[in-house]
Design a protein around this ligand. Structure first.
Ligand code: MN
Length: 751
């Protein structure tokens, strides 16, 4: 292949008909190009064709030496594509894109180079076609095909890209014979599933018909042959009839003064075949194999022609359709009827105006025809207006047809179309992440997802997927989803699967903890665990409403109630005897008092959003109302509430999933037991001073003891106070007041 040439080497302008100075142009290419130019100049009089010539020169140079599978020069293909586009009377940008469409993919030319020479529109269109060319479809199911079609339209910013793509596909289908049987099959299948329906949706009847018949020919050669043979014998038999019908229609219309041209024909192989399959009939039973098309000058004459035909030939009931009054979603308009013609032969008639005919043939491409002589109109806005018009039609018809849903992605992009590495399309809601993608593939892929590559690059799991992204999910055996994923996943499928896994693993953990906790507590209470039989246990479980032991264990593990509650039902004497034996006889120490006081105060905190969880304040930091707190799910004892700056809890929090949000329940009644230690000089009256200060702040002393500070040995004392406070603020006031007492060196809170 030749080196990519500098664009400056390419002549910007060549007088048509003159061969380029550098290399001799093969005659076939030259004549193709000349006829293309002639077509353009005929349909776009007065428009500058120089850029088309420049595109040809560039393509000639860059594709030089390249051959198609058939052995022909490669450039024949882009030129034929441009011819197809010229036949639809598309604009110059479209033609140039047709000529250049394979340049970026197959030669060294870049989009930037094209932009410099041909401007933004051509560059953007070639870029769009190149991107579509990179997509690989492996569709075999209807839903998948629909997704691909939607995605294709969603990826395209300029509708001209679709026109070029369809023309490209059409020419490839026309020349499919040169390829291997296997590739023929695949490309033809894709054409039937993806491209023909898109042509249909864009109202491009002619392109659609040819794509379908070619697709049929290569996907089912045998059926195609059979239909063709049957049609051929039909045609021979009915040629006379067709001529007769045409003549008869002509006479009738002339009699009524309706100007018209009349086409008489047999239906297309693919549509006949579809009909045979749908109605499970043979070709002899297809009564409207013959079709007549009447093209007249006005809507009024369409109806007049219909009336004339019905006056002479009997219409078949239920076959009259008025697509003029109610156009099809793709803007197709015509009157349809089937009548019993000469000799009792039924045939189908389509009646339309020239304008309707053009739209039926070229669809969205016909749009450019209206705009002739209006060259400077903003092309994009026209296209959007076209799409909007389609949507409007749809609304008026109250018929949420497929066309609407297909094109709506352009106007309301609510979905994102992504690919597996093998080319399967996965449709997800907008802003979906790789986690949604992973779960869309398979639950296990989702669960074991540890990372994702998008278009070959590693991305964070919270990455928002874009149209056309190819996603490769990295998995690891045995990996499980984390709670954080619930914030990342957007689809309910992914969220439900994540929740299910989290619940299962947490429950398994709780069951294990609950079981051990019960056994341990049984030992502590002197209950002979070996002697407790299963029936007794199950009876207790069912008292709590649990059908299985496992459920009881889980409830214990979650901290819903204590092991003691279970054990006292199993062996009340042992539990009570143990409790009596262990009951404290001496006066409670301040620490014990704190513990007991706090035990009664558990209800002042609750886990956010949950009511039936056992909550207690951790002894290590003894948080009081007003302090910032955090819950930690313990193994078997419910939720421990710590002060957020408690060093213990900070160390525990590496297990993020055990952290839980807790809050103070509003209540003014409760008080919290707090222990303070004060260091005092040896001064008389200091204790009474302290008690009065505490009392003055509205707090209440529950225990007080003073002892000499042995370490100092200078007569100074350590005073331990157990007091009730309402909240953090009150405690702060008490501490501040105690500090102000002369003779008090320091005060600290101890836990
Ligand atoms: Mn091509």
């Amino acid at each position: 292949m030749s080196q990519p040439a500098k664009l400056s080497d390419v002549p910007q302008r060549l007088p048509s008909g003159e061969p380029p100075p550098s290399a001799p142009v093969e005659p076939i290419l030259d004549s193709l190009f000349q006829s293309l130019l002639a077509k353009f100049e005929k349909t776009h009089p007065g428009e500058d064709s120089a850029p088309i010539t420049a595109a040809f020169q560039l393509a000639l140079k860059m594709h030089a030496g390249q051959k198609r599978q058939s052995g022909e020069p490669y450039l024949i293909h882009p030129l034929e594509v441009a011819h197809i586009l010229a036949g639809m009377t598309t604009d110059r940008t479209c033609l140039i894109t047709g000529i250049l469409h394979d340049l970026v993919e197959d030669t060294g030319v870049t989009i930037d180079q094209l932009r410099k020479q041909f401007g933004d529109d051509v560059a953007a269109c070639v870029d769009g076609v190149t991107k579509l060319a990179k997509l690989k479809f492996y569709s075999r199911e209807e839903r998948q095909a629909e997704s691909v079609r939607k995605m294709l339209l969603a990826m395209v910013k300029d509708i001209r890209v679709v026109l070029v793509k369809l023309a490209d596909r059409l020419h490839n289908m026309r020349t499919l014979a040169a390829l291997s049987a296997e590739r023929q099959e695949r490309i033809a299948q894709e054409t039937l599933e993806i491209y023909a329906p898109i042509a249909h949706r864009l109202g491009m009847g002619k392109v659609r018909a040819e794509l379908e018949d070619l697709g049929f020919q290569y996907t089912d050669p045998q059926a195609f042959r059979e239909i063709l043979d049957a049609m051929e014998s039909k045609r021979k038999a009915s040629q006379g009839l067709l001529d007769e019908i045409r003549a008869a229609v002509e006479v009738k219309l002339r009699r009524e003064g309706i100007p018209a041209r009349i086409e008489a024909r047999l239906k297309r192989p693919y549509s006949i075949w579809q009909k045979l399959k749908r109605q499970k009939i043979s070709i002899d039973q297809v009564y409207d194999l013959l079709a007549v098309r009447i093209i007249t000058d006005s809507v009024k004459n369409c109806y007049a022609a219909l009336g004339t035909l019905h006056g002479d030939w009997h219409p078949i009931p239920g076959r009259i359709k008025d697509f003029i009054a109610i156009p099809r979603p793709n803007l197709y308009q015509s009157l349809h009827t089937s009548v019993i013609g000469p000799g009792g032969q039924p045939f189908e008639v389509q009646i339309r105006t020239e304008e309707m005919h053009r739209i039926a043939e070229d669809g969205i491409a016909a749009h450019w025809k209206y705009k002739e002589g209006n060259k400077h109109a903003v092309q994009d806005e026209q296209q959007i207006a076209w799409l909007r018009q389609l949507v409007e039609w749809q609304r008026e018809m109250h018929d949420p047809g497929e066309f609407m849903s297909t094109l709506k992605v352009d106007l309301y992009p609510e979905e994102v179309y992504t690919f597996t590495p093998k080319g399967k399309v996965i449709v997800l809601p907008r802003e979906a992440t790789p986690i949604d993608f992973a779960y869309a593939i398979h639950t296990e892929v989702g669960n074991q997802c540890v990372g994702a590559k998008v278009n070959g690059r590693i991305v964070p799991l919270k990455y928002s997927l874009k149209n056309g992204d190819v996603i490769d999910i990295l998995t690891q055996q045995g990996h499980l989803p984390s709670k954080d994923w619930l914030a990342i996943a957007k689809t309910s499928k992914a969220r439900n699967k994540i929740k299910a896994v989290i619940n299962t693993t947490e429950r398994a953990k709780a069951v294990e903890i609950g079981e051990k906790y019960l056994e341990k507590e049984a030992r502590r209470f002197g209950v002979q665990w070996k002697k407790v039989n299963r029936e007794q246990l199950l009876a207790v479980a069912s008292e709590y409403g649990f059908p299985k032991m496992e459920d009881l264990h889980a409830a214990l593990g979650y901290g819903k109630f204590s092991a003691r509650q279970v054990l006292i039902k199993l062996a009340p004497e042992q539990v009570e005897a143990t409790e009596r034996a262990n009951a404290p006889v001496e006066t409670p120490s301040p620490a014990a008092l704190v513990e007991r006081a706090n035990a009664d105060k558990d209800l002042v905190i609750r886990v956010k959003g949950i009511d039936d969880v056992m909550v207690y304040r951790a002894k290590c930091c003894n948080p009081i109302r007003g302090e910032s707190i955090v819950g930690y799910i313990t193994r078997g004892k419910g939720v421990a509430v710590h002060s957020t700056n408690c060093t213990n809890v900070q160390n525990l929090m590496y297990e993020v999933e055990r952290k839980i949000t807790v809050e103070w329940v509003r209540s003014t009644e409760d008080t919290f037991a707090v222990r303070l230690t004060a260091y005092a000089d040896d001064r008389p009256g200091i204790l009474s001073h302290l008690t009065s200060v505490v009392f003055h702040e509205g707090s209440n002393i529950k225990a007080l003891e003073a002892q000499p500070d042995e370490q100092r040995g200078d007569g100074s004392a350590i005073i331990n106070v157990l007091l009730d406070v309402k909240d953090k603020k009150q405690l702060e006031r008490v501490v501040a007041a105690v500090r102000r007492i002369s003779g008090i060196r320091d005060v600290e809170r101890v836990n």
